[in-house]
Write a protein that binds this ligand. Sequence first.
Ligand code: ADP
Ligand code: MG
Length: 395
Amino acid sequence: MSFSKASVRDAEVAGRRVLVRVDFNVPLDGGRVADDTRIRAALPTIELLRERGAALVLVSHLGRPKGKPDPALSMRPVGERLAELLGAEVQQAPTVIGGDVETMAGGLGPGDVLLLENVRFEPGEAENDPKLAGALAELADLYVNDAFGAAHRAHASTEGVAHFLQGYAGLLLEREVTVLTRVVESPARPLVVVLGGAKVSDKVRVIERFLEIANRVLIGGAMCFSFFRAQGIGTGNSLVEEEGVKLAAEALERAEKSSCELMLPVDLVLGESFDAATERREIDDVEVPDGWMGLDVGAKTARAYAEAIGAAGTVLWNGPMGAFELEPFATGTRAVAEAVAATPGTTVVGGGDSVAALQQFGLAEKVDWLSTGGGASLELLEGKKLPGVEALLDA
Ligand code: ADP
Ligand code: MG
């Protein structure tokens, strides 16, 4: 299946005002943008629209201001960084909607860029209030959604506004949906899915879906302890999610009947506490003694996982293999990252921490696609429809 929504590439934008929902939800540090990856990811759409003579009204959320203005979450530092990246002026609106903003939007000429304030300053955003959606729509002639990371939420700026203006997919959103859809619908085989990280409950539906689609599912990270607990194996002080144990038991049952191979760690690295200076101990099995916690997969596991990844036609990786932020427990995650970087197969990595791990190891460039949307990519992979995509015009 190819992408079924109308693309910004096919929109008539010259001389028109375009409201563009972007995902500028970036980390801030002392009033500056600490990581501009998400701003850079939106540049192709912004540049395409400017080149084609559109006037741009950009809107995004930043953090969780809970429906009221919070100066610490103003878009101002984001606008400053965007101006540097574009090499052009970015006008900054004092609010999200209102008379002043309408005046500023009305004064925009071709190529001009206006950035609205943090849309979550408005209570109507999360409530998907048609009044807010309508007021945003008043600012423009058409709508482009490039905020893949927010597309799983039916908010006023991601979904509601598309009921007032014709909506087109931005280049980033289109690419994200296309790449992730291909992983589930027509992957080069074998398809190997590597899942780790902390929360089983967030990812178990993805595990279940891939037990039907993938050739191998490799489990690591804290997630594996919910599986071990479900198998009656001792987990010591390892991070185990109670709700996750039941879900893991169901996944194990499903795996029995599936032709997909579910791989779990066969050895572990333990620590006494979640701390880089803690005592470190390698064990040759997965039974965690009392007083210890599993903080990384062991060397044998890492080798087996790297081999499976190396033989894959497609690899999807979401979630680190261990507490990679602590150097003594980064080995398993590094091994997986290196295998993903080196495999000739198509590689797709999602999840904020997994992407951060790749960057930490200097391997981010070697991956075919780094997804910018954690929650949105998981929901898409689960097979859910994303409201921010559904609301757009069909191609
Ligand atoms: P992503 O952001 O890539 O989706 P998650 O947010 O699900 O990944 O999980 C990342 C977190 O999981 C990291 O902070 C890491 O320290 C933690 N983690 C991984 N393995 C373990 C473990 N065995 N014990 C405790 N925490 C772990
Ligand atoms: Mg995370």
